[in-house]
Design a protein around this ligand. Structure first.
Ligand code: NAD
Ligand code: MG
Length: 396
């Protein structure tokens, strides 16, 4: 029996992070938790350290690191606690790490995820914002450093599973006509349009099928999540935006489909539980138990499909436009969205103003070609500043 693979879980205290630790704990002979990171829920991170006994833990700030280090030492653990982005990048690229789960939310995940890619790891990509921001550079680094990039987003994991066998070995996908990206439509799929301006953060976060972090839950309600996923799919599968069609499928049982030129359409199905794509990417090309119950087609009984309504979901249109514009446009879209979603969660703006802010920022800031990470980070900074300026203007 070979030694267990060493796994680093970035964003361990989040929804994806916890699901990952759940799958890992089912296979102690196969995987060992090398490092876990958390940003705010320190008591939870401490409990996770006690349960999984990692070699490293990473927190946001130095004083938090000292506090957690003291608590872990008192409990008899020799886990080393690091802090901040340098700590995240250190564990993600650590020579002893085999697999990195990239599950930090938002732009904050970009540098640690890139550190894992540049160290040539097997990278399980949940942090879609990193790829949306820096797509061309990111994919170039994957190639240059021989990293193995496996998608965790359920749709992209499904597409990966439906692609031709040779695709995963680096060959061009032959015979693919379209990618069909499924979307649940979120909690507001049927809410009367005039009521959308009044919906609360709690309503937006109450997703009908998936339990997720707050930011992605709001993105699902606005369908910006599907817009980010459209951009993500273009990079992962080397497709133009026009080759990716969004299909509303309220049951969230089909996680996406690939349409071939001979008329065959392959789909991946499963219960909506992120442990399936996590287990798939951990073990690929093998299969391991994820803890997810078998799909019961008889209780599901029917599968429905609808075209998305862009009047209801303007964020989807904005994301498609940014995908087509290319360059720094997706990074600006993502940054403006992060600021707008945070403001909505703090009840500073209405749900319908999320799209208004993003539209305004994209109109005001011209997209530029992206030759370096600095250009991406500058576009991100400028878009955040423009979105904040909108919020300040609104407050007056
Ligand atoms: P979450 O909010 O539940 O967890 C986010 C994690 O990131 C936490 O561990 C948090 O401590 C950490 N974090 C937050 N801000 C940070 C910062 N500034 N620096 C370092 N760490 C920080 O989010 P989630 O739902 O688990 O989503 C994580 C990522 O996975 C997102 O990019 C999301 O789009 C993607 N994703 C999630 C799901 C899902 O089902 N939850 C599905 C597909 C993709
Ligand atoms: Mg998804």
């Amino acid at each position: 029996m070979s030694a267990p693979q060493q796994v680093c879980v970035l964003g361990a205290t989040g929804s994806i992070g916890l699901s990952t630790l759940d799958v890992l704990a089912r296979h102690p002979q196969r995987y060992s938790v090398f490092a876990i990171t958390g940003h705010s829920r320190l008591a939870e991170l401490e409990a996770l350290c006690l349960a999984h006994r990692p070699r490293f833990a990473v927190v946001a700030r130095d004083e938090q690191a000292r506090h957690l280090q003291g608590a872990l030492r008192a409990a008899g653990l020799d886990t080393r606690v690091l802090a901040g982005e340098p700590g995240l990048c250190e564990v993600a690229g650590h020579p002893e790490v085999d697999v990195v789960m990239a599950a930090i939310v938002g732009a904050a995940g970009l540098k640690p995820t890139l550190a894992a890619v540049q160290a040539g790891k097997r990278v399980l990509l949940a942090n879609k914002e990193a790829l949306v921001m820096s797509g061309a550079l990111f994919m170039h680094e994957v190639q240059a450093h021989g990293a193995v990039l496996l998608p965790i987003d359920s749709e992209h994991n499904a597409i990966f599973q439906c692609m031709p066998g040779d695709y995963a070995r680096g060959l061009e996908p032959v015979g693919v006509r379209r990618i069909l990206l499924t979307a649940s439509g979120g909690p507001f799929r049927e809410t009367p349009l005039e009521r959308l301006a009044e919906v609360s953060p709690e309503q937006a976060c109450a997703h009908p099928n998936w339990s997720m972090g707050r930011k992605i839950s709001v993105d699902s309600a606005s369908m910006m999540n599907k817009g980010l996923e459209l951009i993500e799919a273009c990079w992962l599968f080397d497709a133009s935006p026009s080759k990716v069609e969004v299909v509303i499928h309220p049951q969230s049982v089909i996680h996406s489909l690939v349409d071939y030129v001979d008329g065959s359409v392959l789909a991946q199905l499963g219960n909506p539980d992120m442990r399936t794509p996590i287990a798939h990417a951990l073990a690929w090309p093998e299969r391991i138990d994820s803890g997810v119950s078998p799909l019961d087609l008889f209780s599901i009984a029917r599968l429905d499909f609808q075209a998305p309504d862009e009047q209801r979901f303007p964020c989807l249109r904005l994301a498609r436009q940014a995908a087509e514009a290319g360059g720094s446009a997706p990074a600006m879209l993502n940054a403006a969205n992060e600021v707008a979603v945070a403001a909505f969660l703090e009840r500073r703006i209405r749900f319908t103003e999320i799209a208004v802010i993003i539209d305004e920022v994209l109109n005001r800031e011209a997209a530029t070609p992206v030759e370096s990470l600095d250009v991406v980070l500058e576009a991100d900074r400028r878009a955040r500043e423009a979105a904040q300026a909108w919020l300040r203007g609104r407050a007056r």
